[in-house]
Design a protein. Structure first.
Length: 414
């Protein structure tokens, strides 16, 4: 029998309650953090919640959008049905409107034609067209469009941009735009190269996916961006969205038992410090992302490779801290609302290829959509060696349907 004594040395990290709170708060989204703060204010008599007055309260009634009042937990369909409720409709009309919004695809487009809706609901063509006309005025702008072209034009009109030549480019020449045939476009619309480039800048500000900004899951939840990147004096800057999170103030409370006063005070003070630390960490990360991905935010290029460990090293943070800080968080840019995690890219080449595929498809002739093999050929001509099955995989990752399902319906039949 072996009676020898074996000694084993172990190093364990014991997390204090304060450290656990800090880690939990770090990975909370603004919405989750707000709920957490409100819960704490009910438990701790020393926690006083103060909301920042929103600038939108100073808007005139004409500037107020239904989107301003959307509850964060409502899914997209609930949000659209709430707007239906604002209209003076009969019971039958309300059924038709509800039927239409419940048949939108994940991007917010309506794949059903007027004739298909007619056969399914027995409403007249006139009633269906009137319903579609009204729904297309809903927020988010571009919702219920039948295709990319209509989606972009709806947004142009909402911006009060009535440019016949720009609309002609969107309706008929996106394929030429994709191929870089600016001279051919110029001849057809009688514009100089500089004028065409100006119009393309406007197109880039439009959102090709109306449902963007809504979490696409079992429930489509409206996303609250943690920050926004805007152009100010010809430079892109980061603005943290401080209105999302209520401020905490420690208040005196003589009603609290003396034996518990210190515990409550310490807990409230720790909560404030943890929130401040969360916000500081997130701001540092976003500032570095803006610096590293500046060309992407300024619409000059696609995202470049940016491993998380590089960001962690530059900020003198642990990689797990960076991962926690960006979890379930989003940022608003000129391109739309995007996941912060998506700016951390290991393979810049894959990201570039996906963007090229998306660009080719978004600018294709919708009556004869490009097949995966045609996309493969285009990429090969650009010097990118890639197999058709890889193109199919990347297209599916982007959430884009096959060419047979992307074919544009005849608008006259609607």
């Amino acid at each position: 029998m072996d009676f020898s004594l074996n000694m084993k040395q172990e190093l364990k990290l014991i997390l204090t309650q304060s450290m656990k709170m800090s880690l939990n708060i770090l990975e909370m989204s603004s919405f989750d953090l707000e709920k957490y703060i409100l819960d704490e204010s009910k438990k701790n008599p020393f926690v006083e919640v103060q909301y920042i007055s929103h600038s939108k309260k100073n808007k005139s009634s004409s500037d107020v959008s239904p989107l301003d009042f959307a509850h964060q937990e409502k899914n997209l369909i609930d949000f659209l049905e709430e707007q239906i409720g604002y209209l003076n409709l009969s019971t039958n009309q309300r059924f038709l409107y509800t039927f239409i919004v419940n048949n939108l695809n994940s991007k917010g487009y309506l794949n059903l034609s007027v004739n298909e809706i007619k056969s399914l609901t027995k409403f007249s063509i006139k009633e269906i067209k009137e319903a579609l006309k009204n729904i297309k005025k809903f927020e988010p702008i571009g919702i219920c469009a039948s295709n990319l072209e209509e989606c972009l034009i709806i947004q142009l009109h909402k911006k009060n941009i009535n440019d016949i030549k720009l609309e002609y480019i969107i309706k008929n020449l996106l394929n030429e735009v994709a191929l870089g045939k600016l001279e051919e476009i110029g001849e057809k619309v009688e514009l100089t190269k500089e004028e065409i480039l100006d119009k393309l800048k406007i197109i880039r500000t439009l959102n090709p996916i109306p449902s963007r900004g809504f979490y696409m899951g079992e429930a489509i939840r409206y996303i609250i961006p943690e920050a926004e990147i805007i152009k100010y004096e010809n430079k892109y800057i980061l603005i943290m969205n401080e209105e999302n999170t209520p401020k905490i103030k420690i208040k005196n409370n003589s009603k609290v038992e003396t034996s518990k006063t210190n515990d409550y005070f310490t807990s409230a003070n720790n909560l404030i410090k943890c929130i401040e630390k969360r916000n500081e960490t997130l701001k540092k990360i976003l500032e570095l992302i803006l610096e590293e991905q500046y060309d992407y935010f300024s619409m000059k290029s696609v995202k470049k490779a940016l491993p998380m460990k590089i960001v962690a090293k530059k900020l003198n943070l642990h990689e797990s801290t960076v991962s926690r800080a960006i979890k379930n968080k989003y940022i608003k840019t000129e391109r739309g609302i995007e996941r912060i995690r998506d700016f951390f890219i290991l393979d810049g080449q894959k990201e570039n290829i996906e963007n090229l595929i998306q660009d080719i498809i978004l600018k294709e002739n919708r009556e004869t959509p490009v097949s995966d093999q045609e996309i493969t050929n285009k990429l090969n001509n650009l010097g990118i060696k890639i197999a058709r099955r890889t193109v199919s995989k990347y297209r599916e990752n982007l959430g884009i349907k096959s060419s047979s399902k992307r074919k544009m319906r005849n608008m006259e039949g609607k």
